[in-house]
Design a protein around this ligand. Structure first.
Ligand SMILES: NC(=O)c1ccc[n+]([C@@H]2O[C@H](COP(=O)([O-])OP(=O)(O)OC[C@H]3O[C@@H](n4cnc5c(N)ncnc54)[C@H](O)[C@@H]3O)[C@@H](O)[C@H]2O)c1
Length: 300
């Protein structure tokens, strides 16, 4: 592994002269995560939990980091039904010391880290002019610094670990950003959230370039709204929300996307697997917008 003082070199360019290589690897083989260990922050519920299922369904082991004392009931199904290793670690992504100890524990338990998905995040909904500094700092700490810390700890392990038959080098990091990084959220006042997710998209671009030399790919995914707790709580069950605002929020989310439906966690399962696996082997420093088209234009 390069020391923290040492700049990463660009590595030696490789020209693969085998024109028939595509014949030797099927799509099933390319999307397999068999043998690999994927860490998922915020995987105790919501989108992160669905990503855990996606990884396990293609044979990957899953290490979940979450603040929750008790994960969603579906976690039990994830832990028992796929013949892969699954473990939950209670840790706060904003506490670097604890998070580092958690990553050390994961490496002790699983032996290695081949992938990371950062789904831990919060989405406060409060007018910009009223925001308290502590509340803004909390959002930035979780969404930006928590993502940065987890990416750094995972990448350090990926860069130094021994090659494996199922993963010859490096790894893949998928940062969960949001459509909010690209366009303001209609019907919501989420200034710090939008700013934090913009930072996540930029981080993926920068890290993809910086870490390419050590075989680590970094991308982000920007989902549109889906009915997982983060968005639903912000929109519908905050104390100030009344029935009219709740109905308005649902109306916007269902009718706003050109595809005229709200997103679903299912829509994100294959994109996450694609980026984590060899299927996405030449894909780095990108942001995948999975929004039903909202990023290109809105119907209302
Ligand atoms: N749900 C959506 O519509 C949507 C759309 C776009 C982007 N996102 C992003 O996807 C991610 C997941 O969203 P979700 O809707 O599943 O939210 P969620 O609230 O259901 O899940 C977030 C998880 O992160 C955990 N978490 C929060 N703070 C943490 C911390 N400091 N340390 C460790 N774990 C922590 C929570 O305990 C929770 O289990 C978030 O980053 C969110 O911004 C969600």
């Amino acid at each position: 592994m390069a020391s923290s003082q040492e700049p990463l070199t660009t590595g030696k360019a490789v020209l693969d002269r085998n024109p028939d290589k595509f014949l030797s690897r099927s799509v099933h083989d390319l999307i397999s995560l068999k043998g690999r260990t994927i860490v998922i922050t915020g995987g105790g519920r919501g989108l992160g939990l669905a990503f855990g299922f996606a990884v396990a369904e293609v044979g990957g082991n899953v290490a979940v980091i979450d603040l929750l004392d008790k994960p969603h009931d579906h976690f039990q199904k994830l832990a028992t039904e796929f013949n892969v290793k699954v473990k939950l670690y209670k840790s706060d992504v904003t506490n670097y010391g604890h998070l580092q100890a958690t990553f050390d524990e994961i490496v002790k338990d699983f032996g290695r880290i081949d992938g990371l998905v950062t789904a831990a995040g919060i989405c406060p909904d409060e007018p910009f002019l009223n925001r308290e500094p502590e509340s803004v700092a909390r959002c930035m700490n979780i969404n930006v610094l928590g993502t940065y810390y987890a990416a750094q700890l995972a990448a350090r392990q990926m860069a130094k670990q021994e090659p494996a038959e199922f993963n010859p080098r490096g790894g893949s990091i998928v940062l969960i950003a949001s459509i909010a990084a690209h366009v303001a959220s209609k019907g919501q006042t989420t200034s710090d959230y939008c700013a934090s997710k913009g930072a996540v998209v930029s981080l993926a671009k920068a890290l993809g370039v910086e870490l390419a030399a050590v075989g680590i790919r970094v991308n982000s995914i920007s989902p549109g709204p889906s009915p997982a707790p983060c968005f639903m709580i912000a929109c519908f069950v905050l104390p100030q929300a009344n029935d009219d605002t709740a109905a308005g929020g649902i109306d916007i989310m269902v009718n706003e996307p050109p595809m005229r439906r709200i997103g679903d966690r299912t829509d994100l399962k294959v994109p996450v697997v694609y980026l984590l696996s060899d299927a996405g082997a030449y894909h780095t420093s990108d942001d995948l917008l999975i929004t039903g088209g909202i990023h290109a234009g809105r119907l209302m």
